[in-house]
Design a protein around this ligand. Structure first.
Ligand code: HEC
Ligand code: HEC
Length: 360
């Protein structure tokens, strides 16, 4: 199935991935120093309004929860370049790489976010707010637009400011959060909450390997696709969710490493090593106390005991002082909370045997 499935999957994107498309600079003015005023000027679209075929769609297997927003994502890798993946956990993208992510609520596009790597090697962040007619989107102010659209009774979606982008995108070893080995793995998790199906033309890890867009080539990622190291399907999905939704802040390489809570999956980990989340959260004490549980009754994750697990308590909170993640969402992700609760309930209080032995 491998190669044939791959070709079918790649469809339109194939030529672009092979680097065969014409040598047009990523943006009309080359790689911009500052963001263009309109989304239509960023290179996302072709003149006829369709997505420019040089921009390849992809879907991370564990998407970020943004209050139920429907999302679409594209990457443009400059022609003839490869991503430096010598550090498996911190991919380094070529100068001129651009990624876009579109957010829609109730079938209407609300914003399209963009990050790109400039000539100087830095990353820039911008977001575009869609107009009433849904014909184009305008650059949002750098400090965002609070409470722009109602998404549930009394709850509104805010357009984040650049400082908010950085709170999430600046806390990991790489500022690109959803285009990584685990996220693009062809061994996709059937229980991942809100997983978006792969559509024709979407890039996966195997496609990047086959089209030589990784350096070193990492053949092993095509032959034996990365997956969360867990002993059962519920643990796998719960740990994958936490990695994607929390691990960009809670990891052991960014500014929050001092908290000692590492929820991010490491693609460089040995196949039999426990996930860092298991090692740092299960049966571990944190600073935060579950209300009413006191110091003795609070764990980050209390094995077998969701009610005394601060991690779940904070996921289910939308009180500003306790909610996790602290920004970017105003509604609890009920599906994910149910999954994490089920995972915690399965952990035996005597030890963590079930989650330490990976099954492949
Ligand atoms: C709450 C944390 C958070 C905030 C705030 C945030 N992002 Fe992200 N963003 C993520 C995560 C996690 C992903 C990867 C998962 C996904 O795409 O669902 C992502 C993905 C993206 C992508 C696709 C490329 C990538 O890194 O995977 C773009 C583009 C993007 N964000 C731009 C922005 C911009 C611009 C802002 C600010 C206006 C912003 N984001 C604010 C967490 C955040
Ligand atoms: C934008 C960065 C960011 C994201 C994303 C994020 N957190 Fe946090 N988290 C923090 C910060 C900062 C603290 C420390 C301050 C505090 O406790 O409020 C923290 C603290 C915590 C603590 C308490 C740790 C302790 O020692 O007691 C838990 C538990 C936690 N987060 C869970 C989560 C979970 C679960 C998610 C994902 C659903 C998540 N966080 C996503 C920034 C983040």
């Amino acid at each position: 199935m491998r190669i044939r499935g791959l070709i079918a999957l790649l469809g339109l994107g194939l030529g672009a991935l092979a680097g065969g498309a014409g040598a047009v600079s990523p943006l009309p003015t080359g790689i911009p120093v500052s963001a263009p005023q309109r989304l239509s000027e960023t290179g996302l679209y072709a003149p006829d309004g369709s997505i420019d075929p040089r921009n390849l769609p992809y879907a991370p297997q564990y998407p970020l929860w943004t209050d139920g927003a429907a999302k679409a994502r594209w990457i443009r890798l400059p022609e003839g370049t490869a991503i430096d993946v010598s550090d498996a956990d911190a991919w380094s993208f070529p100068i001129g790489t651009i990624l876009w992510k579109e957010f829609a609520f109730g079938g209407r596009k609300v914003e399209t976010r963009m990050i790109w790597r400039t000539e100087a090697g830095t990353w820039e962040f911008a977001t575009y707010v869609w107009n009433q007619e849904q014909s184009d989107a305008i650059l949002a102010p750098a400090d965002g637009l609070p409470d722009l659209v109602e998404i549930a009774p009394g709850r509104r979606h805010s357009i984040p400011g650049v400082a908010d982008c950085l709170a999430c995108h600046g806390s990991s070893p790489s500022p690109v959060l959803g285009f990584s080995a685990i996220q693009l793995s062809d061994d996709r998790d059937p229980l991942a909450p809100h997983a978006e199906p792969l559509r024709p033309g979407m890039v996966t890890l195997r496609a990047l390997v086959d089209f030589q867009r990784l350096d070193p080539p990492r053949r092993e990622w095509a032959d034996d696709p990365p997956r969360i190291r867990a002993g059962d399907p519920v643990a796998r999905a719960a740990l994958g969710y936490l990695s994607a939704n929390c691990g960009h802040c809670h990891n052991d390489r960014g500014p929050l490493a001092r908290l000692g809570l590492a929820l991010r999956h490491d693609d460089s980990g040995a196949p039999d090593a426990p996930e860092r989340a298991v090692a740092t959260a299960v049966g571990a004490r944190g600073r935060y106390l579950v209300p009413g549980a006191g110091r003795d009754g609070s764990w980050l994750v209390a094995p077998g005991d969701p009610a005394h697990s601060a991690l779940l308590y904070r996921m289910e909170s939308r009180h500003p002082s306790s909610q996790m993640p602290p920004l970017g969402t105003v509604l609890v992700d009920a599906d994910a909370a149910r999954l994490v609760r089920a995972w915690i309930a399965t952990l035996s209080s005597g030890g963590h045997g079930t989650i330490l032995s990976p099954s492949r």
